[in-house]
Design a protein around this ligand. Structure first.
Ligand SMILES: [Fe+2]
Ligand SMILES: [Fe+2]
Length: 422
């Protein structure tokens, strides 16, 4: 089971279909515009073009908070700093394209003086082109594309460089970018291009983490959910002496098990909200979206494992006997998700909880007529597993806290600025 069999770009494109309808597929359209603009630029290597394509696809990775989507769609020049900063922090921490994080930071014509980091002329130019592609797509989503050029003209030499507008016009004349966006035929060209991209195993893994953490980081309650679950599944798989392939299936299934939650509104200001959110995560409709995003993009055993693990969780919830024997891998994934949710709700889980949690699980196993072999093995190692998971996730937890501190202090700066000048 190689990570390279995972189609990372299509997973991202598919997932984008389920976020806020106003942003539906925005990332892939921006990536497409960039792909066409850079197509015949021989001074850029194929690898460079691929990196720029990925920047287009992921440029709004910091925008899964609702307020951000409102501001991103505006043409106010004071707009969108928060999602640029959040995206920059995510990119810099998790992405395999860390050195491009500053392009994400400056991808709007925003007040970057509030959060300035060094940027080379080359990256500043990329940020400018990215912003042009972004505005072209947003404009064409809400207006007749015949009015695009007069609109761009209005910003010539203020927001957009003359040469960049010309560059886009030339590319549009050559490749009919706007027509392809309008008709939807751009998707075929996009798929064709995406099938030529090459990623290392580590790059695919890091892009997946970036994408999943961008979703989880929408709330402090869900921030560590996937990270905890993955760590627990790895520890249990090792404990149970799974084969290398089974370990990988357990890890990837846990990592991807509820990618469909991208479709849920960002939420959770309290643990009560998180409880309601958990119910939605495990609802049939969210599971269905997870399946649609992953089908054809991950090996079949991963889909099957996710499916079985949700089935187990559902039977635990309803306390009805399982009518099939789940694979040990699926059982490990279900246990990992369950324990991770418990950890997310109570970060100071200790011995007192240990007893009641395990008797709760034993009860579920009994009522669902499941063999408790794996559960018993977990029971023996429970404290050790949870202890190691917490240590493994502590640096991620610190990263999350750092990102939120940066994000909040930026909001305070902006609030003062707005009170003073607006
Ligand atoms: Fe943006
Ligand atoms: Fe955008």
């Amino acid at each position: 089971m190689e990570t390279s069999t995972i189609n990372i770009t299509d997973i991202i494109c598919q997932a984008y279909h389920y976020i806020d309808p106003r942003l539906n597929s925005h990332g892939e359209r921006v990536a497409y515009i960039l792909m066409e603009m850079f197509k015949d630029k021989s001074q850029f290597s194929p690898q460079e073009k691929q990196n720029i394509f990925m920047l287009g696809l992921l440029h709004d990775i910091g925008a899964y908070k609702e307020a951000e989507i409102d501001s991103m769609l505006s043409f106010d020049q004071n707009d969108s700093l928060e999602h640029s900063v959040f995206g920059y922090l995510l990119f810099q921490t998790f992405s395999p394209l860390k050195e491009y994080a500053n392009v994400i930071l400056y991808h709007h014509h925003c007040n970057a003086q509030y959060y300035s980091v060094p940027i080379s002329d080359y990256h500043r130019k990329l940020a400018r082109i990215l912003y042009l592609a972004d505005r072209i797509d947003i404009f064409c989503q809400f207006n007749d594309s015949r009015h695009l050029l007069p609109f761009l003209e209005g910003y010539r030499d203020s927001i957009f460089a003359s040469s960049d507008i010309q560059w886009f016009q030339n590319a549009d004349n050559a490749y009919h970018i706007l027509d392809a966006l309008h008709s939807g035929s751009y998707r075929n060209e996009l798929s064709e291009y995406m099938s030529t991209l090459t990623f290392t195993e580590a790059e695919i893994h890091d892009f997946l983490l970036l994408f999943i953490f961008a979703i989880d980081f929408r709330s402090e309650y869900s921030a560590l959910h996937t990270a905890y679950a993955v760590q627990i599944s790895q520890k249990l798989a090792k404990e149970l002496h799974f084969s290398g392939t089974s370990c990988k299936i357990a890890e990837l299934s846990t990592l991807l098990h509820n990618i469909g939650k991208i479709s849920l509104p960002s939420f959770a200001k309290s643990s009560k909200d998180y409880d309601a959110y958990l119910k939605n995560i495990y609802s049939d409709s969210t599971q269905e979206i997870t399946k649609k995003i992953l089908t054809g993009n991950v090996p079949e055993p991963i889909l099957e494992t996710i499916h079985q693990s949700f089935f187990i969780l559902d039977h635990w919830k309803q306390e009805k006997p399982l009518n099939f024997s789940p694979t040990p891998v699926a059982e490990v994934v279900a246990l990992s998700c369950f324990l991770s949710n418990t950890l997310s709700l109570d970060s100071d889980l200790d011995m007192a909880h240990h007893e009641s949690l395990l008797s709760f699980l034993h009860n579920k196993y009994r009522n669902c007529a499941m063999s408790d072999k794996i559960l018993s093995s977990l029971e023996r190692q429970y404290q050790q597993v949870i202890h190691e998971v917490k240590i493994s996730c502590s640096s991620l937890s610190n990263t999350y806290k750092h990102m939120m501190n940066e994000y909040h202090s930026l909001n305070v700066v902006l609030l003062h600025y707005n009170q003073k000048y607006l």
